[in-house]
Design a protein around this ligand. Sequence first.
Ligand code: FES
Length: 189
Amino acid sequence: MGEDAGGSENGILQASAPGLSLESRRSFLGVLLGLGSVFVGALLSIPLLRFALFPLLRRTTELKDSPVGALTEFSSLNEPVMRTIQIEQLDGWRKTISEKVVYVTKDSQGQLRVLTSICPHLGCTVPWNKEKREFICPCHGATFTPDGTRVSGPSLRGMDPLETSVQNGQLLVRFQYFRQLVSDREVIG
Ligand code: FES
C-alpha cells in the first residue's frame, strides 16, 4: 500500500513534470524568438538610422573657397583694397552664410595676397589708412605695412594671409581664423 501510495505520488510528479517542462520550453522559445526579432530589427534599422542621423553626426564641413573678384580688377593695384566675401558653411542640415572683410594687396614680389582684416592682437577689424599708407588698428594702435607685415604696436605678428587660388579668371580665397596673441601663425578654424 505504502509502495502504491508512493508510486501514485511519483506518478503525479512524473505526469506534472513533463507538463511544466513543455511550458518552460515554449516560453523559452518565445523569448528566443522575441530576442531574434529584436536583433534582426536592430540590424535592419542601422542603415536607416545612419542615413537619418548622418548630417547631425558629421563634423562641420570645411569652408568653401569664396570668390573675391576677377583677377583683372587687381592687376593695377597700388594699395590694398577691401572686399567683403561670403562664406558658406554646412553644419548638419543647417547652411549658414556669413560675410567677412578681407584686403587684396600685393606682396614684396608683386604677387597678389589676400589678408584677413581681423587683427592678430585681439581681433578688432583693421582698416587701411590711405593717408599714412598703413593698416592701423583702432583698438590698441598696431600698425602694418600694405602687405600686412607688422610695423609696431602690441600685435606679435603681421596680419594673417589667406589661402588663395584662381579659377576661370576669378580670385578665390579660403577664409580661416587664426589664434590671437601669439607670434606664430596658427589656424584655429
Ligand atoms: S586688437 Fe588690434 S592692436 Fe589690439
